[in-house]
Design a protein around this ligand. Structure first.
Ligand SMILES: NC(=O)c1ccc[n+]([C@@H]2O[C@H](COP(=O)([O-])OP(=O)(O)OC[C@H]3O[C@@H](n4cnc5c(N)ncnc54)[C@H](OP(=O)(O)O)[C@@H]3O)[C@@H](O)[C@H]2O)c1
Length: 278
Protein backbone atom coordinates (compact mmCIF):
# COMPACT_ATOMS: atom_id res chain seq x y z
CA UNK A 1 0.00 0.00 0.00
CA UNK A 2 2.91 2.35 0.74
CA UNK A 3 4.18 1.76 -2.81
CA UNK A 4 0.73 2.53 -4.25
CA UNK A 5 0.52 5.80 -2.30
CA UNK A 6 4.03 6.80 -3.38
CA UNK A 7 3.21 6.05 -7.03
CA UNK A 8 0.05 8.18 -6.89
CA UNK A 9 2.03 11.09 -5.42
CA UNK A 10 4.81 10.78 -7.97
CA UNK A 11 2.33 10.57 -10.83
CA UNK A 12 0.84 13.84 -9.59
CA UNK A 13 4.34 15.36 -9.43
CA UNK A 14 4.28 15.70 -5.64
CA UNK A 15 7.82 15.74 -4.27
CA UNK A 16 8.09 12.42 -2.40
CA UNK A 17 10.57 10.88 -0.01
CA UNK A 18 10.20 7.20 0.93
CA UNK A 19 11.54 5.04 3.71
CA UNK A 20 11.17 1.29 4.16
CA UNK A 21 13.16 -0.87 6.58
CA UNK A 22 13.86 -3.16 3.59
CA UNK A 23 15.67 -0.71 1.36
CA UNK A 24 15.19 -2.57 -1.91
CA UNK A 25 11.41 -2.14 -1.60
CA UNK A 26 11.96 1.62 -1.52
CA UNK A 27 14.20 1.43 -4.56
CA UNK A 28 11.27 0.73 -6.86
CA UNK A 29 9.85 4.11 -5.80
CA UNK A 30 13.22 5.77 -6.38
CA UNK A 31 13.14 4.48 -9.96
CA UNK A 32 9.83 6.33 -10.33
CA UNK A 33 11.33 9.59 -9.00
CA UNK A 34 11.15 9.38 -5.18
CA UNK A 35 14.07 10.23 -2.90
CA UNK A 36 15.03 7.45 -0.48
CA UNK A 37 15.55 8.49 3.13
CA UNK A 38 18.22 6.44 4.93
CA UNK A 39 16.20 6.38 8.18
CA UNK A 40 12.62 7.00 9.29
CA UNK A 41 13.87 10.09 11.12
CA UNK A 42 15.41 11.48 7.94
CA UNK A 43 12.12 10.88 6.10
CA UNK A 44 10.15 12.72 8.80
CA UNK A 45 12.60 15.65 8.78
CA UNK A 46 12.38 15.85 4.99
CA UNK A 47 8.56 16.02 4.75
CA UNK A 48 5.74 18.30 5.84
CA UNK A 49 3.24 15.46 5.39
CA UNK A 50 4.22 11.99 6.60
CA UNK A 51 2.09 9.00 5.54
CA UNK A 52 2.58 6.03 7.87
CA UNK A 53 1.62 2.82 6.04
CA UNK A 54 3.19 0.25 8.31
CA UNK A 55 1.73 -3.08 9.31
CA UNK A 56 -0.13 -1.90 12.41
CA UNK A 57 -0.19 0.67 15.19
CA UNK A 58 2.46 -1.09 17.26
CA UNK A 59 4.93 -1.10 14.39
CA UNK A 60 4.14 2.56 13.63
CA UNK A 61 4.79 3.52 17.22
CA UNK A 62 7.98 1.44 17.41
CA UNK A 63 9.29 3.23 14.30
CA UNK A 64 8.33 6.74 15.46
CA UNK A 65 9.17 6.38 19.19
CA UNK A 66 12.97 6.77 18.89
CA UNK A 67 12.70 9.88 16.68
CA UNK A 68 13.35 13.09 18.67
CA UNK A 69 10.26 15.22 19.21
CA UNK A 70 11.69 18.22 17.39
CA UNK A 71 11.69 16.23 14.11
CA UNK A 72 7.89 16.39 14.10
CA UNK A 73 7.53 20.15 14.70
CA UNK A 74 6.83 21.06 11.07
CA UNK A 75 5.05 17.96 9.80
CA UNK A 76 1.66 16.28 10.03
CA UNK A 77 1.60 12.50 10.40
CA UNK A 78 -1.25 10.52 8.84
CA UNK A 79 -1.40 7.06 10.33
CA UNK A 80 -2.91 4.74 7.73
CA UNK A 81 -2.16 1.50 9.62
CA UNK A 82 -5.49 -0.26 10.16
CA UNK A 83 -6.61 -0.09 13.75
CA UNK A 84 -9.56 -0.42 16.11
CA UNK A 85 -11.30 2.80 17.18
CA UNK A 86 -10.01 2.30 20.73
CA UNK A 87 -6.43 1.75 19.57
CA UNK A 88 -6.64 4.72 17.17
CA UNK A 89 -7.63 6.99 20.09
CA UNK A 90 -4.76 5.62 22.18
CA UNK A 91 -2.27 6.13 19.34
CA UNK A 92 -3.53 9.71 18.86
CA UNK A 93 -3.20 10.31 22.62
CA UNK A 94 0.39 9.11 22.49
CA UNK A 95 1.07 11.43 19.53
CA UNK A 96 -0.57 14.37 21.36
CA UNK A 97 1.72 13.82 24.36
CA UNK A 98 4.62 14.23 21.96
CA UNK A 99 2.95 17.32 20.45
CA UNK A 100 2.70 15.75 17.00
CA UNK A 101 0.16 16.94 14.45
CA UNK A 102 -1.63 13.61 13.87
CA UNK A 103 -4.45 12.42 11.65
CA UNK A 104 -5.96 8.95 11.87
CA UNK A 105 -6.58 7.64 8.37
CA UNK A 106 -8.42 4.70 6.85
CA UNK A 107 -7.89 3.60 3.26
CA UNK A 108 -11.13 2.22 1.90
CA UNK A 109 -9.86 0.94 -1.45
CA UNK A 110 -7.43 -1.78 -2.55
CA UNK A 111 -4.07 -0.77 -4.03
CA UNK A 112 -5.17 -0.68 -7.71
CA UNK A 113 -7.73 2.03 -6.90
CA UNK A 114 -5.32 4.34 -5.07
CA UNK A 115 -5.08 7.67 -6.88
CA UNK A 116 -8.53 7.46 -8.47
CA UNK A 117 -10.87 10.47 -8.24
CA UNK A 118 -13.69 8.54 -6.52
CA UNK A 119 -11.53 6.44 -4.17
CA UNK A 120 -12.60 6.84 -0.56
CA UNK A 121 -10.09 7.72 2.16
CA UNK A 122 -11.30 8.61 5.67
CA UNK A 123 -9.56 10.96 8.10
CA UNK A 124 -10.30 11.83 11.70
CA UNK A 125 -8.68 14.12 14.22
CA UNK A 126 -8.20 17.86 14.17
CA UNK A 127 -9.67 19.50 11.08
CA UNK A 128 -6.91 22.07 10.43
CA UNK A 129 -4.13 19.67 9.30
CA UNK A 130 -6.61 17.92 7.01
CA UNK A 131 -7.54 21.22 5.39
CA UNK A 132 -3.91 22.29 5.05
CA UNK A 133 -2.97 19.04 3.27
CA UNK A 134 -6.27 18.38 1.49
CA UNK A 135 -4.85 18.92 -2.01
CA UNK A 136 -2.19 16.25 -1.54
CA UNK A 137 -4.52 13.89 0.32
CA UNK A 138 -6.94 14.10 -2.63
CA UNK A 139 -4.15 12.82 -4.86
CA UNK A 140 -4.24 9.55 -2.87
CA UNK A 141 -8.00 9.23 -3.16
CA UNK A 142 -10.20 11.94 -4.61
CA UNK A 143 -13.01 11.17 -2.16
CA UNK A 144 -11.01 12.31 0.89
CA UNK A 145 -13.38 12.82 3.80
CA UNK A 146 -12.71 14.32 7.20
CA UNK A 147 -15.27 12.44 9.33
CA UNK A 148 -14.80 14.15 12.70
CA UNK A 149 -12.41 15.26 15.39
CA UNK A 150 -12.69 12.02 17.41
CA UNK A 151 -9.62 10.03 16.30
CA UNK A 152 -11.55 6.75 16.53
CA UNK A 153 -14.05 7.71 13.82
CA UNK A 154 -12.07 6.80 10.69
CA UNK A 155 -11.37 3.37 12.16
CA UNK A 156 -14.95 2.97 13.40
CA UNK A 157 -16.40 3.62 9.95
CA UNK A 158 -13.73 1.42 8.36
CA UNK A 159 -14.64 -1.40 10.75
CA UNK A 160 -18.37 -1.04 10.05
CA UNK A 161 -17.87 -0.92 6.29
CA UNK A 162 -15.61 -3.97 6.38
CA UNK A 163 -18.19 -5.92 8.37
CA UNK A 164 -20.84 -5.15 5.78
CA UNK A 165 -18.46 -6.12 2.97
CA UNK A 166 -17.44 -9.45 4.50
CA UNK A 167 -20.99 -10.33 5.52
CA UNK A 168 -22.11 -9.71 1.92
CA UNK A 169 -19.27 -11.76 0.45
CA UNK A 170 -19.80 -14.60 2.94
CA UNK A 171 -23.54 -14.66 2.27
CA UNK A 172 -22.79 -14.83 -1.46
CA UNK A 173 -20.34 -17.70 -0.93
CA UNK A 174 -22.71 -19.71 1.27
CA UNK A 175 -25.52 -19.26 -1.26
CA UNK A 176 -23.07 -20.18 -4.02
CA UNK A 177 -22.11 -23.35 -2.13
CA UNK A 178 -25.82 -24.27 -2.06
CA UNK A 179 -26.44 -23.66 -5.75
CA UNK A 180 -23.21 -25.20 -7.00
CA UNK A 181 -23.94 -28.33 -4.93
CA UNK A 182 -27.08 -28.71 -7.03
CA UNK A 183 -25.60 -28.38 -10.47
CA UNK A 184 -25.46 -24.62 -11.12
CA UNK A 185 -22.27 -22.69 -11.67
CA UNK A 186 -21.38 -19.68 -9.54
CA UNK A 187 -21.70 -17.53 -12.65
CA UNK A 188 -25.23 -18.87 -13.24
CA UNK A 189 -26.19 -17.61 -9.78
CA UNK A 190 -24.39 -14.27 -10.08
CA UNK A 191 -27.10 -12.29 -11.95
CA UNK A 192 -29.68 -13.44 -9.39
CA UNK A 193 -27.38 -12.43 -6.54
CA UNK A 194 -26.99 -9.04 -8.16
CA UNK A 195 -30.73 -8.38 -8.07
CA UNK A 196 -30.57 -8.75 -4.26
CA UNK A 197 -27.61 -6.40 -4.05
CA UNK A 198 -29.60 -3.87 -6.10
CA UNK A 199 -32.40 -3.73 -3.52
CA UNK A 200 -30.01 -3.40 -0.57
CA UNK A 201 -29.58 0.41 -0.67
CA UNK A 202 -33.32 0.96 -0.20
CA UNK A 203 -33.43 -1.76 2.48
CA UNK A 204 -30.49 -0.25 4.38
CA UNK A 205 -32.10 3.20 4.19
CA UNK A 206 -35.26 1.76 5.78
CA UNK A 207 -33.28 0.01 8.52
CA UNK A 208 -31.31 3.20 9.29
CA UNK A 209 -34.52 5.23 9.49
CA UNK A 210 -36.10 2.71 11.92
CA UNK A 211 -32.98 2.39 14.09
CA UNK A 212 -32.65 6.16 14.48
CA UNK A 213 -36.37 6.44 15.25
CA UNK A 214 -36.20 3.47 17.67
CA UNK A 215 -39.35 1.98 16.11
CA UNK A 216 -39.61 -1.22 14.07
CA UNK A 217 -43.04 -0.98 12.45
CA UNK A 218 -43.19 -4.21 10.45
CA UNK A 219 -45.48 -2.70 7.84
CA UNK A 220 -43.44 -4.02 4.90
CA UNK A 221 -41.96 -7.15 6.48
CA UNK A 222 -42.23 -9.03 9.73
CA UNK A 223 -39.88 -11.23 11.72
CA UNK A 224 -42.22 -14.22 11.95
CA UNK A 225 -42.32 -14.47 8.15
CA UNK A 226 -38.57 -13.85 7.90
CA UNK A 227 -37.82 -16.54 10.50
CA UNK A 228 -39.55 -19.09 8.30
CA UNK A 229 -37.50 -17.99 5.27
CA UNK A 230 -34.25 -18.16 7.24
CA UNK A 231 -35.23 -21.63 8.45
CA UNK A 232 -35.44 -22.70 4.80
CA UNK A 233 -31.87 -21.53 4.20
CA UNK A 234 -30.60 -23.47 7.24
CA UNK A 235 -32.57 -26.58 6.19
CA UNK A 236 -31.36 -26.42 2.60
CA UNK A 237 -27.78 -25.99 3.80
CA UNK A 238 -28.16 -28.97 6.16
CA UNK A 239 -29.82 -31.13 3.49
CA UNK A 240 -26.78 -30.62 1.26
CA UNK A 241 -24.33 -31.10 4.13
CA UNK A 242 -22.77 -27.64 4.15
CA UNK A 243 -21.36 -25.60 7.03
CA UNK A 244 -24.56 -23.82 8.02
CA UNK A 245 -23.15 -21.51 10.70
CA UNK A 246 -23.64 -18.36 8.66
CA UNK A 247 -27.40 -18.72 8.01
CA UNK A 248 -27.85 -20.07 11.56
CA UNK A 249 -26.59 -16.79 13.03
CA UNK A 250 -29.33 -14.90 11.17
CA UNK A 251 -31.99 -17.53 11.89
CA UNK A 252 -31.15 -17.58 15.59
CA UNK A 253 -31.26 -13.79 15.90
CA UNK A 254 -34.70 -13.76 14.30
CA UNK A 255 -35.85 -16.67 16.51
CA UNK A 256 -34.73 -14.86 19.67
CA UNK A 257 -36.62 -11.72 18.64
CA UNK A 258 -39.76 -13.72 17.81
CA UNK A 259 -39.49 -15.65 21.11
CA UNK A 260 -39.37 -12.29 22.92
CA UNK A 261 -42.71 -11.38 21.36
CA UNK A 262 -41.54 -9.28 18.40
CA UNK A 263 -42.72 -11.49 15.53
CA UNK A 264 -44.83 -8.63 14.17
CA UNK A 265 -41.95 -6.21 14.02
CA UNK A 266 -39.75 -5.59 10.98
CA UNK A 267 -36.18 -6.86 10.47
CA UNK A 268 -34.84 -3.59 11.91
CA UNK A 269 -35.87 -4.96 15.37
CA UNK A 270 -32.80 -7.25 15.14
CA UNK A 271 -30.69 -4.25 16.23
CA UNK A 272 -32.10 -4.69 19.75
CA UNK A 273 -31.03 -8.34 19.71
CA UNK A 274 -27.54 -7.37 18.54
CA UNK A 275 -27.21 -4.71 21.22
CA UNK A 276 -27.37 -7.36 23.95
CA UNK A 277 -24.33 -9.53 24.70
CA UNK A 278 -24.86 -13.03 23.26
N1 LIG B 1 -3.08 -3.45 1.04
C1 LIG B 1 -4.29 -2.96 1.11
O1 LIG B 1 -5.13 -3.15 0.20
C2 LIG B 1 -4.71 -2.09 2.29
C3 LIG B 1 -5.95 -1.44 2.26
C4 LIG B 1 -6.32 -0.63 3.35
C5 LIG B 1 -5.47 -0.51 4.43
N2 LIG B 1 -4.28 -1.17 4.45
C6 LIG B 1 -3.41 -1.03 5.62
O2 LIG B 1 -2.16 -0.48 5.28
C7 LIG B 1 -1.16 -1.02 6.16
C8 LIG B 1 -0.04 -1.62 5.33
O3 LIG B 1 -0.62 -2.64 4.51
P1 LIG B 1 0.19 -3.33 3.32
O4 LIG B 1 -0.81 -4.03 2.49
O5 LIG B 1 1.12 -2.37 2.68
O6 LIG B 1 1.01 -4.42 4.16
P2 LIG B 1 2.44 -5.06 3.86
O7 LIG B 1 2.63 -5.21 2.38
O8 LIG B 1 2.55 -6.24 4.74
O9 LIG B 1 3.45 -3.91 4.32
C9 LIG B 1 3.67 -3.68 5.68
C10 LIG B 1 4.76 -2.64 5.81
O10 LIG B 1 5.10 -2.55 7.20
C11 LIG B 1 6.51 -2.73 7.29
N3 LIG B 1 6.83 -3.33 8.56
C12 LIG B 1 6.28 -4.46 9.10
N4 LIG B 1 6.84 -4.70 10.30
C13 LIG B 1 7.76 -3.72 10.51
C14 LIG B 1 8.65 -3.42 11.56
N5 LIG B 1 8.70 -4.19 12.67
N6 LIG B 1 9.43 -2.32 11.46
C15 LIG B 1 9.39 -1.55 10.35
N7 LIG B 1 8.56 -1.76 9.32
C16 LIG B 1 7.74 -2.84 9.41
C17 LIG B 1 6.89 -3.60 6.11
O11 LIG B 1 8.26 -3.48 5.85
P3 LIG B 1 9.02 -4.60 4.95
O12 LIG B 1 8.72 -4.21 3.52
O13 LIG B 1 10.44 -4.42 5.31
O14 LIG B 1 8.46 -5.92 5.32
C18 LIG B 1 6.03 -2.96 5.04
O15 LIG B 1 6.59 -1.76 4.57
C19 LIG B 1 -1.85 -2.08 7.04
O16 LIG B 1 -2.20 -1.52 8.29
C20 LIG B 1 -3.11 -2.39 6.25
O17 LIG B 1 -4.17 -2.84 7.08
C21 LIG B 1 -3.87 -1.95 3.40
Amino acid sequence: MGAALAHALLKAKVSTVVWNRTRQRAEAQAAAGARIAPTAEAAVRDADLVLGVLRDGNVTRAVLEPIPEDAFRTSTIVNFATSTPHAARKEAGWAAERRMSWLSGAIMVPTPLVGQPDSLFLYSGERAPFDIHADVLKVLGGDARHVGTDHGLASLLDTGMLELFFAGMTGFLHATAMVTAQGLKATDFLPFAETMVDILPASLAGLARDVDAGTYPGTEDNLAMELAALGHIVDTSDDIGLDGRFPRVMRDLAAAAVDSGHGGHGWSRIIEQLRKPA
